[in-house]
Ligand binder design. Structure first.
Ligand SMILES: *Cc1c(COP(=O)(O)O)cnc(C)c1O
Length: 428
């Protein structure tokens, strides 16, 4: 690959910082926690990223999830080219929107109606507004260390970049907003029961990542999701699964399918757009019918359902829908990586807690199992930061934060995985 520029990453970052806050358009891209300069990328193919100097990396972020097929999949690119020749945007109905909506409904049985938006943030904030509008109640429960995008009500004890940068309290979120956000530790059902008792009749919704992915990957404890479902049924609370990260990644039907638990509303993002900006929320007809123009709960978007974005999402989901065996392959890749990394760290005498489910995996430098935010934040960040730079130097691109899950794509081969394990063995 021809180098795009000989300008160093440091110089590019200095230039970027003159125009863009912190030089980045999303904080998790900054190397604020791991130190050093972010890499500027030029191109990508399959499992490989190429930076502006032509150096190659194995990608374990995959744009934070969307590129599950790998980069530049021929069918996605061809379909985008065809759409480009037709039009980029109308702000009026298109067939592409129906096609994606129908495909999501075929893959996720709990979705009767679905509304497209342009990000996971929009999906979650709209789903919460709908739950409040539908129930006429104001408060909601979220879990500590879970991330539902950057809308005000969710920025209380949140994961992702807030965990990475140690932001406990976000200036600009009013007390009035924060007082309606109730927070429970993840995987602690009695905490949810107590909170619901304390605020009987006031809780509109419980929203959670059914498999947490923004404080590393943390699966739910056995029976936890079922117990939450029961509480919601007993107390007329809307259960929202935030599957922005897990939707179409862990199974065609997401965690709802894996755990056999049906949410009332579900939010999507990331994979649903195949690398273009798409989010969506959907669920029970009875609740979704309250969204404008059917109902009074207002929600809108100039570029919602954009034809280019719908096209990338539709081709990506079609592949996943038509090839159920892809999920077995992703599980194989994930397991091979998890087991190999465990052996590699044993070999070099470093204690780690590795959590893996399908194509989501995280490595915490922790002596104890990681099951919630408090165990996740007890891990050794400085060892992670050294490990991150060791891997980067050897051409392996991990998320630049100890709190982020790694995302595997279908383009990763056993050889890639073995190379990652081998490189880990050289860490000291
Ligand atoms: C990424 C993410 C979001 C936010 O999505 P954006 O597209 O970044 O706004 C919300 N919820 C979860 C679980 C996510 O992983």
């Amino acid at each position: 690959m021809m180098p795009l520029t000989s300008t160093s990453h440091r110089a590019l970052m200095e230039r970027s910082m003159k125009s863009i806050p912190g030089g980045v358009n999303s904080p998790v891209r900054a190397f604020g926690s791991v130190g050093g300069d972010p890499i500027f990328f030029a191109s990508a193919q399959g499992a490989t990223l190429v930076d502006v100097h032509g150096k190659e990396y194995i990608d374990l972020i995959n744009s934070w999830g969307p590129m599950i097929l790998g980069h530049n999949h021929t069918d996605v690119i061809d379909a985008l080219r065809e759409q480009l020749d037709r039009a980029v945007s109308f702000g009026a109905p298109t067939v592409q929107e129906i096609e994606l909506a129908e495909l999501v409904r075929a893959m996720v049985p709990s979705v009767d109606l679905i509304r497209m938006v342009s990000s996971g943030t929009e999906a979650c904030m709209s789903a919460l507004r709908l739950a409040r509008g539908y129930t006429g109640k104001n408060k909601f429960i979220k879990m500590e260390g879970h991330y539902h995008g950057h809308a005000d009500p969710f920025l209380v004890k949140a994961g992702s970049g807030l965990a990475t940068f140690g932001i406990q309290h976000v200036p600009g979120i009013t007390e009035g907003t924060a007082q309606d956000t109730l927070v429970c530790p993840f995987n602690d059902i009695s905490a949810v029961e107590n909170m619901c008792d304390k605020h009987q009749g006031e809780i509109a919704a419980i929203i959670l990542e059914p498999v947490a992915g923004n404080m590393g990957c943390i699966p739910p404890a056995a029976g936890y999701l079922q117990a939450i479902r029961q509480i919601c049924d007993d107390q007329d609370i809307v259960l929202i699964f935030d599957e922005v990260m897990t939707g179409f990644r862990l199974a065609a039907g997401g965690v709802q399918e894996l755990a056999s638990v049906t949410a009332d509303l579900v939010t999507f993002g990331k994979v649903i757009g195949g690398g273009l900006p798409v989010g969506a929320f959907g669920g029970k007809r009875e609740i979704m019918s309250h969204i404008a123009p059917l109902g009074q709960v207002y929600q809108a978007g100039t570029l919602s359902g954009n034809p280019l974005a719908m096209t990338a999402g539709h081709v990506t989901l079609s592949h996943l829908h038509e090839h159920p065996e892809y999920y077995a392959r992703l599980e194989h890749t994930g397991k091979r990586l998890a087991e190999g990394l465990q052996q590699a760290f044993d070999h070099i005498g470093i204690t780690v807690a590795i959590n893996q489910l399908g194509s989501m995996i995280s490595v915490h430098f922790s002596e104890v199992p990681v099951t919630d935010f408090s165990s996740a934040s007890g891990s050794d960040i400085s060892t992670f930061n050294r490990y991150f730079h060791h891997m980067l130097e050897h051409g392996i691109y991990l998320p630049p934060s100890a709190y982020e899950s790694w995302f595997l794509s279908l383009s990763l081969t056993d050889e890639h995985i073995d190379h990652i394990i081998h490189t880990t063995k050289k860490f000291s």
